[in-house]
Design a protein around this ligand. Sequence first.
Ligand code: SAH
Ligand code: SF4
Length: 372
Amino acid sequence: MRPPPALPTIYGETLDSLTALLKEHGHPAFRARQIMTWLYKKRARAWAEMTDLSQPLRAWLAATFELEPTKFVLTRQSEDVTDKLLLELADQSLIETVIIRAPQLGVGQENSRKTICISTQVGCAMGCKFCASGLEGLKRNLTAGEIVHQLIQVCRQEDDRTPRARAELASFDNLVVMGMGEPLHNYDAIIRALTILNAGWGLGFGARRITLSTSGLVPKIRQLADEPLGLRLAISLHGATDEVREQIMPINKKWPLKELLPAVREFSEKHGRMVTLEFILIEGINDSLDQARKLRDIAFDLHAHVNLIPYNTVEGLPWKRPSLTRQEKFAQVLDRGGVSVTLRREKGHAIDAACGQLRLKTEKAREAATAL
Ligand code: SAH
Ligand code: SF4
């Protein structure tokens, strides 16, 4: 067992903050860039690998920072399409990072796109009724460094698949902030992490290929609209009326549609990009044609794209996905109404790809093992 975290991780530092720290401790400022190269370009696993740094500097780094804030526990694969990495943090919390190696969106897009999905919290405080991540509430926020390190683990995983070619993050098409947790409930850490991922001295991943998904924290959506990063935004709508939405998403009581939709419009107008409305289809809850028509009107009005996601069953929860015919009828209403819509063919159902499920199972297994 590892002791609780005593040191902050170096993956939470920006070039500026590391430069300032080095200066403060009497080390040359230009070393910061060298260190970033070791972290992000060479992906060093030990301070000792950083051979062009002096011994005293390496000793200072080792005494000041944690180098491996997440530990790889296991991967589960589904039909060579989805890899789910389970990672353990220093306090033994578990998080998930998913690699999807197939068209994630849309029907008939058979080009092979690679998407990474990262987590932002251990658990989630939003309590959506259908979601495994929220079942046991929020355990804690991830730090910016823990968020960044998930991507380092993804690159290592890719290196292992193709041993001769070094995997670069740029070879991935998209990064989605749709794993465990509500990213806008951990605002400062996610913005810092995405800044590091985006920076040339960091992982150099284009912000326009990053999509952040939120359950709808209205003031934070407004704040996000003013960030210079230029991310894409997805909204977990899941109900086209307050009545349906608040049945499954408690956040709708605090931020109902009349507050949420204008904030989404503002974001979309400021960025000049389409926002995505995510809509999980749950049988008997939100899959009526009346919901489809109302969703069509909302999306048309916002000039938003709609991503329909057949519900992934969660152990212990009563919800189910509707039949394929029902899903297609729902999609047709939107399509015929001139709305850009995709119906996701869920990849990774077999390996619990919906957020939080693998972690929950592993935690339960762990509890059972310690209870013996
Ligand atoms: N908290 C953020 C991001 C993480 S959840 C949010 O809610 O947007 C990412 C997406 O997975 C959300 O759209 C969420 O509603 C969806 N999701 C959660 N549980 C699911 C399930 N069992 N089946 C399908 N999608 C699910
Ligand atoms: Fe949290 Fe998103 Fe799951 Fe809702 S859907 S409980 S906001 S992770």
